[in-house]
Ligand binder design. Structure first.
Ligand code: TXA
Ligand code: MG
Length: 330
């Protein structure tokens, strides 16, 4: 199979629709990361997604719909706070988990009685979802455990010859996956931190909890149980206070003939004169935007990536820290 990379056009949308109806997977740009989409109503199409990614069978998928799609066909319970959040932040990088009416393949939710629904804001995603006009199950378009893709090229590197089409919308601005929010309870609860922050949710819903799985418990968002977002090179991760040890490791790697590289926020990067550095930037948004792009670059150029944890907490930093610690193995 030849994998075509194409921007949105009448022809590419027609092809995308054809492929989706045939049960194939089509990758598409979103404002967070690229998605790997298939017809959520079809068992075979959904199974195909799991096979393509090598994804564990107990990690459910998010269903993507266009902005005018009637989501009351997918769930029969949307609490008032969820309506208010949808009005404030959708379309956008917020995925909401509802009780499911079972209208899509049961494989999407891996046996859970809930369904995660997302309305992406990317014009490419909207054009694609409108053209197909069916709910699209889509995980991030990377092989399971590998770094999430923020360019069409990243998708191509993981799936060349295995999918027919990548709808190219340029580099993903958001840079980390959507916030996953459990909306099945009386108040909202964050299952995966992202660009729509706890503070933003609380400002609209009045309150917002953050789910922390208890030891030994099956997490509510099963994807959070896995090592993830991992580059192919070796990694090490340090707290800011451990900088001296991190530098020692850097020099050891260089003496062995390897190519070490720091991976840290701008404030620290500017002090690391004479060291190779991938600079994440300063604000939470900037770090989210650069994170996966730089991890992809790091795995190509370095033998050892040495991450140093940013200092700030709260807001978008929470999502960035979650991805960073998991990419670097904690
Ligand atoms: O930004 C995004 O969300 C991207 C783009 C492509 O839309 N998609 C994405 O999908 O990140 P994926 O499959 O890589 O991550 C989906 C996350 C996983 O952590 C999964 O466990 C959780 O959503 N999830 C899906 N359905 C769920 C459900 N019914 N209940 C709880 N968590 C769910
Ligand atoms: Mg993913």
């Amino acid at each position: 199979m030849i994998t075509q990379i194409s921007g949105v056009s009448e022809l590419s949308l027609r092809l995308a629709k054809q492929y989706i109806m045939q049960g194939e997977a089509v990758a598409f740009h979103t404002e967070t990361v690229y998605g790997l989409g298939a017809d959520a109503r079809s068992d075979n199409a959904v199974r195909h997604i799991f096979e393509l990614k090598g994804r564990p069978q107990n990690n459910p998928l998010i269903v993507h719909v266009h902005r005018d799609f009637d989501i009351t066909s997918l769930t029969d319970h949307i609490p008032d706070y969820a309506k208010a959040l949808a009005k404030a932040y959708l379309p956008g990088p917020l995925t909401m988990v509802y009780p499911s009416t079972g209208k899509v393949s049961a494989l999407v939710s891996c046996g859970l009685d809930t369904l995660a629904v997302r309305v992406p804001s990317s014009p490419t995603a909207q054009a694609f979802l409108r053209a197909v006009d069916v709910p699209i199950a889509a995980p991030s378009a990377n092989l399971s455990k590998h770094i999430s893709p923020v360019t069409a090229r990243h998708v191509y590197e993981d799936f060349e010859g295995r999918i027919p089409l990548i709808l190219d919308g340029g580099r993903c601005e958001g840079g980390i996956e959507s916030t996953v929010l459990d909306c099945t309870g009386e108040t909202p609860q964050i299952l995966r931190a992202g660009l729509v922050t706890r503070e933003m949710i609380a400002a609209v819903a009045g309150e917002c909890a953050v789910y922390v799985p208890q030891k030994g418990e099956q997490p509510k968002s099963p994807g959070m149980a896995y090592k993830h977002y991992a580059p192919k090179c070796r990694t090490a991760f340090f707290a800011p206070e451990e900088l001296a040890t991190a530098k020692e490791l850097y020099l050891q790697e260089e003496q062995k003939g390897g190519v070490p590289c720091f991976f840290c926020e701008d404030e620290l990067a500017r002090t690391l004169k004479g060291f190779r550095v991938l600079d994440l930037g300063s604000s939470g948004e900037e770090m989210a935007n650069r994170l996966y792009e730089l991890l992809h670059r790091g795995e190509e150029e370095a033998t050892l990536l040495i991450g140093v944890c940013p200092k700030e907490r709260g807001g978008v930093y929470e999502g960035v820290l979650n991805r960073l610690t998991r990419a670097f193995g904690g």
